[in-house]
Design a protein around this ligand. Structure first.
Ligand code: ZN
Ligand code: ZN
Length: 401
């Protein structure tokens, strides 16, 4: 057996090493000869010290004295960097880690060592891919009110649930529990997901499942941010959602001061996603949710689902078309236009103005697109809109003449 002092030193050094593995100024990687960043050249004393400490401690380890806790930390170490792989090659860390996790999956009550193991697993990104079953077992037991884990640890498990999806779209994703105030259950900003403290407490204290509808709703917002930042479009709906986002950003009075907020496309799609994702996740845990509850918890009940591709909104008692409102809004915003390649399908720059492409231009461009059913449908919708616009214009011109 290793003495406690030794264990604390190696665990501590591994934690510090893993935290410092990427340069804090530029995100680059370090050279393990000089401990300077390979991109910006800055020197990391802390990384060097933890590296030296780990190097001096590893020779004392052997198959008989490494315990479960050390195994998990060594697994974390080899998955953060391959610099120690050679020194650790006598251990089968992947297999042993899997076994430790499997064993934890069968438990309902955890002893002190188990809690330490769970702390390690749910505090590290390294385990995001390997322990979904364990995570689900723990969350299921919270709902069933049979869990002896602390609220802090359950928060880490929820953190894991959120990051295992959002990290797929951005390394910058984060999860926070905060007091968000009256009637706000969650919020999303860029790739950050916020959960209201009360929703978390209700889950932990009472097994309240609403958390599983709030989280996917906010996660859908981060996904939408991702699609928009990448300039990705797969349907006319994506463009409509972007237009609405920009209009809301630049005309906040209109969108936040009337009932359009709960009806806007981003909220609709987040509600619809939450309805399916929440219900399916709970079902995978073995809980059947009544239809009315799912509708209510996801907020879908307030939405008319046909609105997803409906461009009409009510503003100050008048029905307006988002497309018309947007065409008028974008016409003199050249920088904004070039920031969003998604808009370049429908609009073009002409004589210093942003204007609609004509039906004929769209037809020509469609022919040069890759054969992709989504893109074809998308173009057909754009062409139909252009056709409607142009025939109205023709009619007006005829009336004038
Ligand atoms: Zn750097
Ligand atoms: Zn929302």
């Amino acid at each position: 057996m290793l003495n406690q002092n030794y264990k604390e030193r190696i665990i501590n050094s591994i934690n510090i090493f893993c935290k410092n593995i990427n340069c804090s100024s530029c995100g680059g990687t370090y050279s393990f000869q000089t401990f300077t960043c390979e991109y910006c050249g800055s020197f990391n004393e802390t990384l060097k010290k933890s590296y030296e400490s780990i190097s001096s401690l590893i020779p004392n380890l052997n198959k008989d004295n490494i315990d479960k806790e050390i195994t998990l930390y060594l697994y974390k170490l080899i998955n953060s960097s391959d610099i120690f792989n050679h020194a650790l090659k006598q251990f089968d860390l992947t297999k042993d880690t899997k076994n430790i996790i499997k064993e934890l999956e069968t438990k309902v009550e955890y002893n002190d060592l188990d809690v330490k193991l769970l702390e390690c697993i749910f505090s590290s990104d390294i385990f995001l891919d390997v322990d979904n079953v364990l995570r689900d077992v723990i969350l299921r037991n919270v709902i069933l009110r049979k869990n002896n884990l602390s609220k802090e640890l359950i928060e880490k498990v929820i953190n894991h649930l959120v990051l295992s999806d959002t990290r797929k779209i951005s390394k910058d994703s984060r999860f926070y529990v905060r007091d968000l105030g009256d009637k706000v259950e969650g919020s999303a900003f860029y790739y950050y997901v916020y959960l209201d403290r009360e929703v978390m407490d209700n889950f932990y204290d009472k097994g309240d499942i609403s958390i599983f509808y709030v989280l996917p709703h906010e996660m859908m917002h981060t996904y939408r941010t991702y699609l928009e930042s990448k300039g990705m479009v797969s349907s006319i709906y994506d463009v409509l959602a972007l237009k609405e986002m920009l209009l809301r950003e630049y005309n906040q009075d209109i969108y936040f001061n009337d009932k359009n907020y709960i009806k806007n496309l981003h909220e609709c799609e987040a509600n619809v996603f939450s309805y399916y994702a929440g219900t399916n996740y709970l079902r995978s845990l073995g809980f059947e949710i009544r239809e009315e509850s799912a509708l209510k918890l996801s907020g879908v009940i307030n939405n008319d689902l046909t609105r997803l591709d409906n461009p009409l909104r009510e503003i100050e008692g008048e029905l307006v078309n988002i497309n018309d409102l947007f065409a008028d809004f974008i016409k003199d915003k050249i920088t904004l236009f070039h920031k969003y390649p998604q808009l370049h399908y429908e609009f073009k720059e002409e004589d210093g103005c942003i204007v609609y492409k004509s039906k004929n231009e769209l037809v020509d461009e469609m022919i040069f697109q890759n054969k992709d059913t989504n893109m074809e449908e998308f173009y057909l919708s754009l062409i139909k809109n252009a056709n409607d616009r142009e025939s109205i214009k023709d009619k007006n011109d005829t009336l004038k003449s």
